[in-house]
Design a protein around this ligand. Structure first.
Ligand code: ADP
Ligand code: MG
Length: 320
């Protein structure tokens, strides 16, 4: 099988079929229709084997993650995903691996109505780069920079679970049974909060997705907004499984510093709380845990029962 047969077999028809794609895989570039009154939202994320996922990860989990991390970025903008391109670099043509990778990528693409419209295929160390494009009604995208003193800080879901799942896979945390399975699944198959992100348009004053650790990403949000944040450690939502396997103190460390959560961290003016609760009630997912408040000043402070807690450092590829 050559490069073109490979593309044809695994990627030419991947994901949703969308009427707004006038030209998909096969030409020099793809053509898509942006509806009037909308802005195009674009992001890209690269996964390097051994860096962003363990070398022994299943191919279908890698395919899933490659799109999930991008979906999470669009969710944080309040955008609706539509089209993706895939730059795939792999050491050899392994049909079993490709089968699994395309299945994982295809499953999450179909679930979110994303069409794969193009890409590039090359040989080299395993590296996957997905670009994702989506749409948002003009002027309504969520940003990091809109938080104001007095706004409340919320997070979706159960931060820390995915980091604990990775720690289990790497032997840094011990555990068994259903709790272990649940946490590992949170790492292997992140579920980005795409539908809920769109519901936050017109309600949230700012939003970011948690990929590098809650405290670090909150730090970026408040820096962009020119404000500070106070988080109450006791209000951090800890899943039952995380609590059971890690214990309270370590569970909080995972929740604050873990990373790979792909939850949404967002701020809401006090006057918009009722609107938020209405959206959250119909969203189904655990969508609004209030963990603190935006304050005047700079930086993030986390308050425990006995005073301020040290801040974990978030993931930084070029950090010290
Ligand atoms: P070119 O040499 O003009 O860049 P390519 O040979 O790289 O074209 O790709 C041929 C077609 O296949 C293009 O439409 C491209 O978008 C698509 N394509 C290549 N690799 C992938 C991939 N991994 N996934 C999806 N589409 C791909
Ligand atoms: Mg090319």
């Amino acid at each position: 099988m050559g490069e073109f047969e490979l593309i044809d077999r695994y990627f030419a028809q991947l994901g949703a079929r969308r009427p707004d794609v006038s030209l998909g895989v096969g030409d020099d570039a793809a053509l898509m229709n942006v509806p009037a009154g909308h802005e195009l939202v674009a992001c890209v994320d690269t996964l390097v084997a051994g860096q962003h996922f363990p070398h022994d990860s299943h191919a279908d989990d890698i395919g899933w993650r490659a799109l999930a991390v991008n979906l999470s970025d669009l969710a944080a903008m309040g955008a609706t995903p539509a089209w993706a391109t895939l730059a795939l670099t792999m050491p050899a043509l392994d049909e079993d691996w490709l089968e699994g990778f395309a299945a994982g990528l295809g499953a999450i693409a179909t679930q979110h109505r994303v069409a794969l419209v193009g890409g590039d295929t090359t040989r080299g160390p395993l590296t996957i780069s997905v670009s994702l494009m989506g749409l948002v009604p003009a002027g309504s995208a969520l940003r990091r920079g809109g938080a104001r003193a007095g706004d409340l800080i919320y997070v979706t879901g159960w931060p820390g679970d995915a980091a604990a799942g990775l720690a289990l896979l790497q032997g840094r945390l011990q555990g068994a049974g259903a709790d272990r399975g649940a946490l590992e699944l949170k790492f292997r198959r992140p579920e980005p909060r795409v539908a809920f992100g769109a519901r936050l348009r017109g309600i949230a004053s700012s939003c970011i997705d948690v990929s590098d650790g809650l405290a670090a990403d909150l730090g970026r949000l408040v820096a962009a907004s020119g404000v500070g944040a106070v988080v109450r450690a006791a209000e951090l939502p800890l899943s039952r499984a995380l609590y059971a396997l890690a214990g309270e103190a370590r569970a909080r460390e995972f929740a604050l510093g873990g990373g790979d959560d792909y939850e949404l961290l967002y701020t809401v003016p006090q006057t918009a709380r009722n609107q938020l609760f209405q959206q959250a009630a119909s969203a189904g997912a655990p969508a609004c845990h209030c963990i603190g408040e935006v304050v005047a000043g700079r930086g993030v402070r986390v308050l425990g029962e006995r005073g301020e807690l040290p801040l974990p450092r978030g993931w930084d590829h070029f950090g010290p």
